[in-house]
Write a protein that binds this ligand. Structure first.
Ligand code: SER
Length: 883
């Protein structure tokens, strides 16, 4: 039997021989098309090559492209399990020409591969062409297909369009006739929907471009885009027409049967089919970083996961099943898609967490559903409110409820469901404006109602395309903005991180076909990401597609700082104790700041330990992982959560570092935090960590500032430069330098004391002049003198010495050095009742052009300006004593 893997390689090899470059599948989340939820055909990655916007190194390519059709425009989810050919995930084989070959080669390529390499019986094949495409008709004829087997189709079935805009063109399709024992008619007939004639290959002649206003313009070059579903051709080549009976699906269905101890066939087969299909789409999406959420792509993922989980439940599975099937998928598809093996752990953990979580409400939800049906008339729809309650309280996506009812031949009143949803939104909004928030918030709610929440792509990419769904100037919606205007831009999806959790908003640029804008900040309101923009050239208009580019260097620095903050938090807990809890943080491009509860200043050894620990885990260079789980599960794993913070019913958990902490699934995780921020892929990406400062922030809260990466290196280099200069001056090296500085400081202190002592002694001895004579004033022995070259701070010591020498008396000294005049007076204790030193100083200061002066009755000081009147100053003091 030819396995799907063999068919895939036969296809790629065939086109490689025909000069095609074998190009890897592009991601499921398209990077170049803001209107597509998921890549849904092989041409998506080449869209801009067909329109000529981009050029490339090859003109012929062949791929096996991962595709998802769930959510968005192409949604096959509801049918999966019940039909032979519907999938949420499939592989599309394709060959592409970019202005190189056209119809004359594409048609023979397809025919040769099908009939020779794949060996399909020619008599079983028939083809269709667009009704006006005589050229293609003639080519099929020339190749040997009889005219009655070339069917002209006038509908859009043979004019392929990507969507409302984009490259498009007429196509020719190849069909396989499974024989008259199966019901169905040829394409274009009334019975075409039957299973007898199955389309196996679509060859599109890309020659037009469709524009939003409906116009269709010819493209400059003519190209080829073909698509063949691997599962479908696989079924055919393996002798059947049921994709789920191919080798790959059989293996997955066997794994599902084994894990649930059930029969792979019979009544249970439908559940296994759902599980096998959904295992593929969910695993591939998770491998690309899409995680379950309640918005956008994450919600589509959740819907698929939960649908599979309900079917596992229907098989009677008591314990989570999906994660146990991942090894079988990796065995089957890991060689062609290495990302499955690389991300196996993330896929398994994410499936397990989601299944554990959903199981807690699944039984109660199903019971509610059964009870509700008792009251609903036979064949009538389930009331919308019940479906909404299942959604809101039990986590049943609407399509899961519909799937459950389908088995009972019933539907859901979807209008009632929408009404209940709208009512809940209105309540949430009323509650929000009731909090007294800014009045301009109303517009964000209106826009969120109309356009839905912005989808954040920035965990995975820093550039992406987005559709500009709204412009807001001030608090008013606008249609367009021209050069120089400041506006807020809202896109359906964005790689820009909006300020939250201490991480600053991203900056960067956006570009549309007609203009460019600089994004100076990104904020969040009502689920929308608000890009604060200044239009730098041209005009940007609502509805346009835009290329959004985050400033990568700035984001890289922010990311490093944010991850380092997590390591710092843990290092602080290790160094200081478990009481350390985050009280605030800032993750900016140039630095990080972390506030934490701790009462005492950290000493040098604590700081050294923290810095060393953070760098140790940076050097460990282990992968940083992200999981989605409930806050309770996260806490049970040892995650740090912000005290008093309200978390939703699910959280992002970021883990890093390998250490025997007892935390995490294997007790080996160093840091586990609830966090919505962006992080490095591996701790080594932080580069290096350097502490800048540690100090008090508020009562009981300390603040650390630190740097990472280049900023840390620059800082360390700067300090090193300073040290080198100091070493040069001191003529010493390394740790000696500190000893030298200490010795110099001690020496300086000793010298300063000595100088002061010498000055005093000099002054006491009259400074070379006659020592002052004590004079009797009103029975008080009074000594006064002007001291040249003595500063104010030397005076108190001198006064004490003089008072000591006199035993009883009053002293007045006027110091004059470097243009500064200072006055001090002293009175021995026995006389302070009679004379106050303060009065003496004040009297003298007034004469010397100064003001005030103060101190105690036994010792006072003051400052003045000019020493010229020293005699009168002394006389004024004398007069005070004289009374
Ligand atoms: N784009 C075409 C399709 O999806 C052929 O690849 O069918």
């Amino acid at each position: 039997m030819t396995s799907l893997s063999d068919i895939r390689s036969t296809f790629l090899e065939y086109f490689k021989r025909q000069g095609h470059e074998v190009v890897a599948s592009s991601p499921l989340v398209p990077r170049n098309d803001p209107t597509l939820m998921f890549t849904n055909s092989g041409m998506v990655q080449f869209k801009n090559r067909f329109t000529g916007v981009e050029s490339g190194p090859y003109q012929r390519a062949t791929t096996s492209q991962k595709c998802v059709r769930a959510g968005g425009k192409h949604n096959d989810l509801d049918n999966v399990g019940y039909t032979a050919r519907h999938h949420t995930f499939f592989e599309m084989l394709g060959n592409f020409s970019f202005g190189d070959y056209f119809k004359a080669e594409a048609i023979p390529f397809a025919w040769e591969l099908l009939t020779k390499d794949f060996g399909i019986d020619k008599s079983k094949l028939l083809t269709t062409v667009y009704h006006t495409d005589d050229e293609a008709f003639e080519m099929w004829k020339k190749i040997g297909v009889s005219e009655d087997r070339i069917i002209r189709i006038a509908t859009d079935d043979n004019f392929w369009r990507m969507g409302p805009t984009g490259p498009c063109g007429p196509c020719t399709e190849v069909f396989y006739d499974h024989g008259d024992h199966i019901w169905g008619g040829p394409p274009g007939s009334a019975e075409e929907d039957g299973d007898r004639f199955i389309e196996i290959w679509n060859v599109v002649f890309m020659q037009n471009e469709q524009f939003e206003d409906g116009t269709l313009k010819p493209l400059d070059m003519q190209s080829i885009d073909t698509g063949m579903g691997l599962e479908r051709i696989g079924a055919l080549l393996q002798g059947g027409h049921d994709n789920y009976e191919t080798d790959l699906f059989r293996a997955l269905i066997e794994a599902s049967a084994h894990a649930t101890s059930t029969d792979p066939f019979g009544d249970q087969n439908v559940h296994h089919r759902v599980i096998a299909d959904h295992l593929r789409s969910t695993s591939f999406l998770i491998a690309e970083g899409v995680l379950p959420s309640n918005e956008g792509r994450g919600y589509v993922l959740r819907r698929i996961m939960r649908r599979a989980m309900r079917h596992a439940h229907l098989l009677g599975a008591q314990d989570p099943v999906m994660h146990r099937l991942v090894p079988a998928l990796v065995r089957e598809m890991g060689a062609a898609y290495p990302e499955l093996g690389q991300e196996q752990k993330l896929i398994e953990d994410t499936l397990l967490n989601e299944e554990i979580r959903f199981k807690t409400t699944l039984d109660r939800g199903l019971k509610l559903l059964d009870d509700a049906l008792v009251d609903v008339a036979d064949g009538a729809d389930l009331p919308g409110e019940t479906a909404f309650k299942l959604y809101d309280t039990y986590g049943f996506p609407l399509d899961l409820t519909q799937d459950a009812l389908r088995e009972k031949g019933r539907g859901v009143d979807t209008d009632g469901f929408d009404a209940a949803m709208a009512e809940q939104k209105a309540k949430a909004r009323a509650a929000w404006s009731g909090t007294g928030a800014a009045a301009d918030a109303a517009i964000w709610f209106d826009l969120a109602d109309t356009h839905g929440a912005t989808e954040f792509l920035g965990y995975e990419t820093e550039t992406a395309e987005g559709q500009l769904v709204a412009l807001v100037s001030g608090t008013e919606a606008a249609e367009a903005a021209g050069e120089g205007e400041e506006v807020t831009l809202i896109f359906n999806q964005t790689p820009f991180y909006a300020e939250s959790g201490g991480q600053v908003g991203d900056t960067g640029t956006i570009r549309t076909e007609t203009g460019e804008a600089r994004i100076t900040d990104t904020k969040k309101a009502a689920g929308l990401f608000l890009h604060i923009a200044t239009v730098t050239s041209g005009t940007i208009t609502r509805g346009q597609g835009a290329e959004l580019v985050v400033d990568p260097a700035r984001r890289g620095a922010i990311r490093a700082n944010h991850s380092a903050t997590h390591l710092l938090h843990e290092a602080l807990r290790e160094a200081l104790g478990d009481h350390v809890a985050q009280r605030g943080s800032l993750n900016a491009p140039d630095r990080l700041r972390f506030d934490f509860s701790h009462t005492a200043a950290m000493d040098t050894s604590e700081l050294e330990q923290v810095e060393r620990d953070v760098n140790r885990f940076i050097q460990q260079n282990t992968a940083v992982t992200t999981r989605i789980m409930t806050p309770d599960d996260a806490r049970a794993m040892g995650a740090q959560a912000l005290f008093g913070e309200k978390y939703g019913d699910e959280v992002r958990v970021v883990s890093m570092g390998d250490a025997p902490t007892g935390k995490g699934p294997d007790g080996q995780t160093y840091s586990i935090e609830l966090c919505g921020g962006t992080h490095v892929a591996r701790t080594g990406d932080i580069g290096v960590f350097a502490l800048l400062s540690e100090g008090a922030s508020s009562s009981g809260v300390r603040r650390i500032e630190a740097l990472t990466g280049q900023a840390a290196l620059d800082h360390l280099r700067d300090r090193d430069g300073t040290l080198t200069r100091v070493e040069g001056l001191l003529k010493s090296k390394g740790s000696e330098t500190a000893d030298r500085v200490k010795a110099l400081m001690d020496e300086r202190k000793a010298l300063t004391n000595e100088v002061a002592q010498l000055r005093r002694e000099l002054a006491m001895s009259g400074g070379g002049a006659a020592a002052p004579e004590a004079k009797d004033v009103n029975g008080v022995s009074f000594m006064a003198q002007v001291m040249q070259g003595v500063t104010g701070k030397d005076l108190p010591g001198m006064i004490d010495d003089m008072k000591g020498a006199m035993g009883s008396g009053a002293v007045l000294l006027i110091a004059d050095a470097d243009g500064k005049v200072a006055v001090a007076a002293g009175v021995t204790q026995d006389l302070t009742d009679q004379v106050s030193a303060v009065d003496l100083v004040r009297a003298a200061v007034a004469e010397l052009g100064g003001k005030g002066g103060g101190g105690r009755p036994d010792m006072a000081q003051g400052g003045a300006k000019d020493v010229t009147n020293a005699e009168s100053a002394i006389a004024a003091a004398e007069a005070v004593i004289a009374g």
